[in-house]
Write a protein that binds this ligand. Structure first.
Ligand code: UDX
Length: 470
């Protein structure tokens, strides 16, 4: 940053879901390291979940990096619901608050900051692109709006061009076309089954649809878009988006020190897995996790459990208490634990990055959340894909069809324990296993190269900063 230009001060609003909280916290630190003043707006609920699990009652989740002379200020606001309200069980009510109520709380906080004549003065608003209000708010207060997109460029462009999908009969119409889509700029061809779940649905009146429609109208007002992807992973899509908007691929946003980065980002208590993993053979354990948000049907969960048992592979399984529903916190069959007799470790939540970096891990059965995909690539762990919701179907296409760093858990519906067991064996020890590992190694190098000094992500971040400071 040019020392004569005023220091940029960004208000950064974090989306209150785990998979967004993690990259947003890392973005705050990254920008602060580059000389930004950041005022980080967190919801009271996210704040409470992060600090409660560490038990230290911290006022500020950034306290551990304060010693590094970073100017990160921190405030919390309500998302419109009581702090301890079960947002997983009452998902639509929670989303409705984010759609209708949350912006009022953010605006109140923003106004207070702007009116208090802070130093340096606030120059921009950075907010998750899934919010429906930042473009309007930024305009009202004369700030630049920087949209932060935590998913892939491919998913961004598909949402951005929803009107084209509708026009061609691939979205929101009677008798939706089933042939591949080849008219989205920068996307060679994609099958309708690989679109995000919300785009595949025939009822488009849900609260999530409202959020997506409004958010992608609002994002058209963004001055810049920051995306947690890597230029070399999605070159054509990114180039096409750059014709529309200043679009910067700056991922992976997590710090290179990865597992040991000390900043609290987890909204649940992390169970220790290292001791158990230390006792396992190298590359012999399958890590199983379906992320922070999606639910799974009880039937599928039971098939997966018996598939794991049949496969005879050792595993660590993150089984969130709400994975089926918070109403059913113990969904596994009674006899399951007996069937796996010491071969598996089941925990409600863990430090995923720590688990993935452990040498005992040889594969990852994943829902294909974008953070999980990036983390697995960073660690060189091949993937077995079981997408459940939202962008995960589109991420699966990138992982399996384009990058060839993994395979599908099931090619047929409904899922069966026999196929699951076979696919697990295939990923971990099958003949094709080396192929996935080799491709994964290449992808890993791509990520490492992009993140080091003078790599594409580092350069893109610098070029974003010089554009903002102009
Ligand atoms: C959803 C979307 O599918 C995803 O693409 C989007 O970027 C965020 O929201 P989510 O279920 O949150 O996904 O999954 P993912 O993106 O993989 O993020 C989960 C995060 O939680 C990862 O960073 C992972 O390391 C962390 N995690 C998960 C843990 O730390 N411990 C766990 O036990 C499980």
């Amino acid at each position: 940053m040019d020392s004569s230009s005023p220091k940029p001060h960004a208000i950064l609003v974090c989306y209150p879901l785990q998979g967004h909280v993690i990259p947003t916290i890392h973005l705050a630190i990254k920008l602060a390291r580059k000389g930004f003043t950041i005022t980080f707006i967190n919801t009271q609920s996210t704040h409470t979940q992060i600090t409660r699990k560490s038990g230290d009652g911290e006022e500020d989740i950034f306290s551990s990096v304060r010693g590094q002379d970073l100017d990160i200020r921190y405030i919390t606001v309500s998302d419109g619901l009581p702090v301890n309200f079960d947002r997983s069980l009452n998902h639509d009510q929670f989303m409705a608050c984010l759609l209708h109520v949350f912006s009022a709380h953010v605006e109140e906080a923003l106004l207070k900051i702007v009116q208090s004549k802070v130093d340096p003065p606030v120059s921009c608003l950075i907010a998750d692109s899934f919010f429906v209000f930042p473009g309007k708010l930024a305009k009202k207060y004369g700030l630049r709006y920087i949209a932060f997109w935590t998913e892939t460029a491919l998913v961004f462009t598909l949402y951005y061009h929803l009107h084209l999908l509708k026009l061609h009969g691939h979205f929101d119409c009677i008798g939706m076309r089933e042939d591949p889509i080849d008219y989205i700029p920068g996307v060679k061809s994609i099958k309708p089954k690989d679109l995000m779940s919300y785009v595949q649905e025939t009822d488009t009146t849900s609260v999530c649809h409202h959020i997506i429609f409004s958010a992608f109208q609002d994002v058209r007002n963004a001055d810049f878009i920051l995306c947690n992807t890597v230029q070399e992973l999605e070159p054509e899509t990114i180039s096409a988006l750059q014709i529309e908007k200043p679009f910067f691929a700056i991922g992976p946003i997590f710090p290179p020190e990865f597992a040991t980065s000390g900043v609290a980002t987890s909204m649940c208590s992390e169970y220790e897995c290292t001791q158990w993993l230390d006792m396992q053979q190298q590359a012999n354990v399958l890590y199983v996790s379906f992320g922070s948000y999606a639910h799974i049907t009880k039937n599928d969960l039971i098939e997966i459990a018996y598939g794991l048992a049949l496969s005879k592979v050792s595993f660590v399984w993150v089984l969130r208490p709400d994975i089926v529903s918070s109403d059913d916190p113990n969904p596994l069959p009674e006899d399951f634990k007996g069937e796996i007799s010491g071969r598996g470790l089941i925990v409600p939540w863990c430090c995923q990055k720590q688990v993935l970096t452990h040498s005992a891990i040889g594969g990852f059965l994943t829902h294909c959340g974008w953070n999980s995909v990036l983390e697995a690539i960073w660690c060189g762990v091949p993937l077995l894909c079981f997408p459940l919701l939202t962008d995960q179907f589109t991420n699966r296409k990138l992982v399996v069809d384009d990058w060839k760093i993994g395979l599908n858990l099931c090619d047929k519906n409904p899922v069966s324990k026999f196929e699951i067991s076979e696919k697990i064996q295939h990923l971990m020890f099958g003949e094709a296993s080396d192929g996935y590992r080799n491709e994964m190694q290449k992808a890993k190098e791509t990520l490492a190269n992009a993140s080091r000094g003078e790599g594409s992500s580092d350069k893109n971040l610098d070029s974003f900063i010089s554009s903002v400071c102009k």
